[in-house]
Design a protein around this ligand. Structure first.
Ligand code: FAD
Length: 531
């Protein structure tokens, strides 16, 4: 059942087995997975079906440190969450990303990569990937040849592109139609309350922007409100525990991580050794894939550097996601127009217009990159092809990079988030170290060489935008917020979903891993609550 919370005259009693907060990628995947469960479920979503400025303004926030997107311009507060705008890059985290790396403080998840493997098939299905396999061997015969990197510290790996699955469009209808699920739109969680003298959440305080207030009383709760908002809501729930829920050891909000995305120098290949076709998006009959170059796990351990991947792009490649971080007011008309066309079943036209706008928006960047590549070509006196390197790098979990509460409040009285984010020395040394290693290895194997970016390269760092780590998974309550089952250590019926759980982030885009974690959580909840 789908209900607009603003229109209810009298609020029924929202007692239920499970309340999922947030109908983004995680919330909708969880609800979809539990459609057949013998559980009554309430799914609370702050937004409506459309992009609305007053709701989007609830995502405002303050920032300090490295330049970053406006917080209300890099996530989407509406049914479907950021799947209304995401880029579709998919790859699971690597084994090494879960391990404790002795040289990397605060590393080591309480689960291994193989705990998520059983959920990869279903995650791939939800993301509309044709094949859940990411091993290069499974695809090699269908793709152009990559650069021969055998004997170097690097390997070629595969990224799959989801058709930017919009979870609201794809799964929203069947979730709303499920007999056991009530979806409440325009329903904002503003605080969680514990039962007296207990460690159980007994009440969720909910408000609409039209001034209505009501409660949901579930047996268990999942917060799936995104990587910044999960922390904000725990910190803002101070009625029972002054520092916020789950925050006994001052862990909530800390260890914020982004992926460092940026243009990062060039590769100049020797004539005849190969080209970059493997590294560009290849459209196969049933899939879209591309290769990237990444350091092997053993090279990473030996060099004590963070993970990273390098894409070899044509000089005319557009670096970055257009319009990201723009004030919502400026984006309003194009976003509403885009969704309107899609709903009128004119998705190809909507996408063609979106891509045309992106191309126009990217002209200055393309010209700049092309000029740099031409200069690199001239300096390198090479006659072979020159490609732009685009790096996607891991950031170390650092407690000073964090989300806290601002003194300012939103329209519903909830303190705004305040993001403090800085690039740490290990973050920048890792990427420059890998570029140096790539240069040496390309020279030694006779393939060419790599050229460093301008000295002020840190100014071109952008994020995914991937908001990770703020309610990290840990073995002990002293070192994180949730346990291996995604349950808040100190609250017996409160679970979290999303990239706020990431203990470390690897280089891969987060959504594939987010989904495997959410599907695993769905199984845990079913076992717990159905019996
Ligand atoms: C432009 C862009 C490009 C991206 N590209 C990629 C990519 O290529 N690959 C990749 O892996 N990832 C990508 N991402 C990241 C990806 O979108 C996120 O990882 C994913 O959306 C996270 O899902 P989620 O359900 O945790 O959060 P979200 O999708 O953000 O959903 C959170 C939901 O919670 C709701 N909500 C928030 N607060 C409340 C509240 N108080 N009460 C009720 N509801 C609330 C929101 O309205 C929203 O619907 C991209 C993101 C953006 C913005």
């Amino acid at each position: 059942m789908l209900i607009d919370a603003r229109g209810l005259d009298r609020y029924p009693n929202f007692d239920c087995d499970l309340c999922i907060v947030g109908a983004g990628i995680c919330g909708l995947a969880l609800a979809d997975e539990l459609r057949a469960a013998h559980l009554s479920i309430v799914l609370l979503e702050s937004g409506g079906i459309n992009y609305e400025l007053p709701t989007q303004a609830l995502y405002r926030g303050e920032q300090e440190g490295q330049a970053y997107f406006r917080l209300d311009g890099c996530r989407w507060r509406m049914f479907g969450g950021s799947s209304n705008r995401w880029g579709g890059w998919c790859r699971p985290l690597d084994e090494i990303d879960f391990e404790r790396r002795p040289w990397l403080e605060h590393s080591g998840w309480p689960i291994e990569a193989k705990a998520l493997e059983p959920y990869e098939g279903r995650a791939a299905e939800l993301l509309e990937l044709a094949d859940p396999r990411f091993e290069l061997e499974a695809w090699r015969h269908r793709l152009p040849a990559p650069l021969p990197l055998e004997g170097t510290q690097f390997e070629n790996i595969l990224i799959q592109h989801s058709p930017e699955t919009n979870f609201a469009e794809r799964y929203g209808r069947r979730v709303c139609a499920a007999a056991n699920i009530t979806v409440l739109l325009h329903a904002n969680l503003i605080a969680l309350k514990l039962a007296p003298l207990s460690s159980r959440v007994s009440e969720l305080k909910v408000a609409t922007l039209t001034g209505r207030h009501f409660s949901v009383c579930p047996r268990a709760v999942v917060l799936a409100t995104g990587g910044i908002e999960n922390a904000r809501l725990l910190l803002a729930s101070q009625a029972d525990r002054g520092a916020g829920l789950g925050n006994e050891f001052d862990q909530v909000g800390r260890y914020f991580m982004e992926h460092l995305h940026m243009p990062f120098g060039h590769v100049l290949l020797r004539p005849g050794v190969g080209d970059n076709r493997f590294y560009r998006r290849t459209r196969l009959l049933d899939a879209q894939v591309r290769g990237v170059i990444k350091p092997t796990a053993s090279a990473q351990s030996a060099a004590q550097r963070l993970a990273a991947s390098f894409a070899l792009e044509n000089a005319s490649f557009f670096q970055g996601t257009p319009f990201l971080g723009w004030p919502p007011r400026l984006l309003y008309a194009p976003v509403v127009g885009y969704h309107g066309l899609r709903r009128a079943r004119l998705a190809p036209l909507a996408n063609a217009l979106k891509h045309a706008l992106q191309r126009v928006h990217s002209v200055p960047t393309r010209v700049r990159t092309w000029r740099r590549a031409r200069a690199a070509h001239a300096r390198g006196r090479a006659r072979g092809p020159v490609y732009s390197l685009y790096v996607r790098a891991e950031q170390a979990p650092h407690p000073a990079n964090r989300v806290t509460l601002s003194a300012q409040r939103d329209e519903l009285g909830v303190p705004l988030s305040r993001l403090q984010w800085r690039i740490q020395p290990l973050d920048s040394q890792s990427v420059t170290g890998w570029l140096g290693a790539l240069d040496r290895d390309l020279r030694a194997s006779g393939l060419g060489h790599a050229e460093a970016p301008p000295e002020n390269w840190t100014e071109s760092i952008v994020g995914g935008p991937h908001h990770m780590g703020t309610t990290r998974m840990s073995r002990e309550p002293r070192t994180g917020v949730v346990d291996a089952d995604c349950r808040v250590h100190s609250v017996s019926n409160l679970y979290l979903a999303g990239s706020s759980l990431f203990t470390t982030s690897g280089h891969a885009n987060p959504t594939f891993t987010i989904l495997t974690l959410a599907l695993r959580l769905a199984r845990t909840l079913r076992t717990l609550l159905e019996h």
